[in-house]
Design a protein. Structure first.
Length: 325
């Protein structure tokens, strides 16, 4: 492993499992989407799984999370079951939103995962306010707010970061700099040398890290989380990564240079972590293969079960809409 990273075998394998599970789930979702079985869109986080896996592994039980559209690893890292993920995207009656939304607008309040709002950036003020409210109640809560590079150009991003800075709200604003805001490259989005440079304007720390190095990112996030718990303040954490597929599965990403994708493919976060585990003799290739097979078996069983589960009935449409006395 990285000599600056103190990671046990169990922690490393747990990190890898979250990443593998997200990758295998999304591979199946792509096929289901093109078969016309997915309700809504599919926005894959392939190539950037390390970010959600590492940050959730560094978090505490009472922390709050505002995942974005590609943050499958955030949901998995906070304990969402594979079966419930497929039920959600397949719009099943027994899914998290009971078939009301077969898409990314779901969460789990008990695990601190806030349900996403589609307008990117809109969740940042929500998690900031949630952290402030919990801390006023004496709870040891910090926040993790996720956003892509394009979302940093929204007003909600500015308002949330500025508010958190002024009131010393301990939120790690995790910027997943995946090089493109839909089809717009970062060179056409902002003129600052690095997104972390924006932190100085808010009077807060900004840090740029390798978003594809899960082991190092876990250690870095642990240190940041411990720091802002001890002395509350927000941090801008810019994770350099790459969106390896289109904006969504409806988009073929023809605008992305093939050589750029090829270069980032050599830095795949799953392959990197697997290589580090074997190099450090924390796991054998056979153990890693067995883990992947176990994950694949879980995914296969889950999507087959979800396909067999019932669709919502029209008669239940108004349930949960109005309070009853």
């Amino acid at each position: 492993m990285n000599p600056n990273t103190d990671l046990t075998k169990d922690a490393a394998l747990a990190l890898l499992r979250v990443m593998l599970l997200a990758r295998r789930i999304e591979e199946r979702m792509i096929r289901l989407y093109h078969q016309g079985r997915i309700f809504g869109g599919v926005y894959c986080g392939m190539g950037q799984e390390a970010i959600g896996a590492a940050t959730t592994a560094a978090a505490g039980p009472d922390d709050l999370f505002a995942p974005c559209i590609r943050d499958m690893t955030v949901h998995i890292g906070r304990g969402m079951a594979t079966l419930d993920i497929f039920r959600q995207f397949l719009g099943r009656a027994n899914g998290p939103t009971r078939g009301r939304d077969g898409n990314v607008h779901h969460g789990n309040a008990e695990r601190g995962v806030l349900s996403m709002i589609s307008h990117l950036g809109a969740m940042l003020p929500v998690v900031t306010g949630g952290v402030m409210a919990r801390r006023r109640l004496g709870r040891d809560t910090i926040g993790f707010a996720y956003l892509g590079d394009g979302g940093t150009s929204t007003g909600d991003f500015h308002e949330a970061v500025n508010f958190a800075a002024v009131f010393d709200v301990p939120v790690i604003f995790v910027i997943e700099n995946n090089q493109f805001a839909y089809s717009t490259p970062t060179s056409r989005q902002f003129r600052c040398k690095n997104l972390a440079d924006r932190a100085a304007g808010y009077g807060i720390p900004g840090l740029t890290v390798d978003g594809n190095d899960a082991a190092a990112l876990l250690q870095q996030t642990r240190e940041l989380a411990a720091d802002i718990r001890h002395k509350p303040h927000p941090v801008l954490l810019v994770c350099e990564t790459m969106r390896m597929r289109g904006h969504g599965e409806h988009d073929d990403a023809a605008y992305v240079p093939r050589e750029l994708l090829a270069a980032w493919a050599q830095r795949d976060p799953i392959s990197q972590l697997q290589a580090r585990l074997t190099q450090a003799q924390l796991a054998t290739p056979a153990e890693l293969e067995a883990l992947d097979q176990t994950v694949q078996t879980e995914v296969d069983a889950a999507y087959q079960q979800a396909l067999a589960d019932p669709m919502p009935q029209a008669a239940t449409l108004m349930e949960g809409v109005y309070a009853t006395s």
